[in-house]
Ligand binder design. Structure first.
Ligand code: FEO
Length: 405
């Protein structure tokens, strides 16, 4: 049975929710599911904006049919071809073979590479700033390369201010019947999923997101309709500025909060012990915004997400095979891959012989942009001793002083 929602008088959400998927992109854990959004506009012509993942394909098709209510589908605008959105394209083409497709030239190439039966004569390949009129509504196509793939575009309806934003402004988490961000406690319930989505999916492409935000800044946006997560509407005061502000921070690698994230890699609890003592010493110095993570038991996507949030990072790692403990090594590699920058860091190293992890973690940080490493390293030889406590005091002092700058 169909299950759609109205966005405006003539625009409908026709997507679906997947609460069974364990790993988004087969890498990022999902505990609250994800939505695949698509939208149908009923104008003189009917228009579908994007398709959906195959997991919700049947629901998606039922929704489109219900909204069209017997009308033909005239246009399909494809903003992004990643298969979590384009996978149901073939099903749409089978059911509405006369539909005209609109996409960027790169999207056309990518779809053909993925094996979709897209016939060139049915496709209008659009460039930046081109428009299409569907009757009352006229839309403008705006390139959004690398948000999140090179072919991506967003589509702006100049008639009613709806921005079809592709992956931008999306979020992990399925929709609980509610469609609009203001129907949720977004800042309390959703923001961590939104941040983890952005930082791990698009985080690497801050400059490209900045370019898109600059273009969006010139638009009179009334609604933001992303391909995942809730819809944002200007009528809910403060909601669109709220998410724009988050994107401004994330895409410029500016911390949201002054706070310390302690990530430790510990085999037998001694490095963990150092991390725990440091955290307590920070709190004693009035630094209450602290978070601790065992790198071995926390998926790296959560670590990346929180690192986009906090200003300071303490890396505490045992030496392993004369290197950095592998999960910590993986975290550092992900930080670099996602272009993480502009953080203040501190190092705790441990080892029972040939202690190397501190030097190697510093080398890894030196390979990233604008990373400052405090000159207060702590070295632990197997387990903590009296000297370790004064070293941790010095590190806590240095962190507290830097945070209060
Ligand atoms: Fe949700 Fe880049 O696809």
């Amino acid at each position: 049975m169909n299950c759609f929602r109205k966005v405006t008088d003539d625009l409908y959400w026709v997507g679906g929710n997947d609460r069974r998927l364990a790993l988004f992109e087969n890498i990022h854990p999902l505990y609250h599911g994800v939505s695949y959004n698509a939208y149908v506009l009923l104008d003189e012509k009917t228009v579908l904006f994007d398709t959906a993942d195959w997991a919700v394909g049947r629901q998606f098709i039922e929704n489109i049919k219900a909204v069209l209510n017997g009308r033909p589908l005239d246009y399909l605008v494809i903003n992004h071809v990643e298969p979590d959105h384009a996978a149901s394209l073939e099903e749409v083409l089978l059911r509405w073979p006369d539909v005209k497709l609109i996409m960027t030239p790169k999207a056309f190439t990518f779809l053909r590479n993925f094996g979709y039966p897209v016939e060139p004569e049915k496709v209008r390949q659009v460039k930046e700033g081109e428009t299409e009129c569907f009757g009352k509504h006229t839309v403008t196509f705006v390139n959004a390369p690398m948000v999140h793939w090179p072919e991506a575009m967003v589509t702006f309806d100049t008639t009613n201010g709806v921005l079809f934003s592709a992956d931008a402004f999306g979020s992990f988490r399925s929709l609980d019947g509610k469609l609009f961000a203001d129907e949720y406690d977004f800042a309390g319930e959703w923001i961590d999923d939104a941040r983890r989505y952005y930082t791990n999916i698009v985080g690497k492409y801050g400059p490209q997101v900045q370019a898109l935000l600059k273009k969006a800044g010139g638009l009179e946006i009334q609604f933001i309709c992303p391909l995942h997560g809730p819809v944002w509407r200007a009528s809910a005061e403060g909601m669109i500025p709220y998410i724009l502000d988050k994107y401004q921070h994330w895409s410029t690698y500016t911390p949201e909060e002054q706070g310390v994230m302690i990530v430790y890699a510990s085999m037998y609890g001694n490095t963990e012990n150092a991390a725990e003592i440091l955290a307590a010493k920070l709190v004693e110095r009035g630094i209450l915004n602290t978070r601790m993570y065992d790198v071995s038991s926390t998926h790296v996507s959560y670590l990346i997400s929180d690192l986009f949030k906090y200003s300071h990072l303490v890396l505490a790692s045992v030496t392993y095979n004369l290197g950095i403990f592998p999960p910590m090594h993986n975290f550092l590699a992900d930080m670099k891959a996602l272009n993480l920058q502009n953080r203040t860091c501190a190092i705790i190293e441990n080892g029972s012989w040939a202690i190397q992890s501190g030097k190697l973690m510093k080398e890894a940080l030196a390979g990233m942009k604008k990373m400052t490493v405090l000159d207060s390293d702590v070295t632990v030889n197997s387990s903590l001793r009296e000297q370790s406590l004064s070293d941790l005091d010095a590190l806590a002092d240095a962190l507290a002083a830097d945070l209060k700058k």
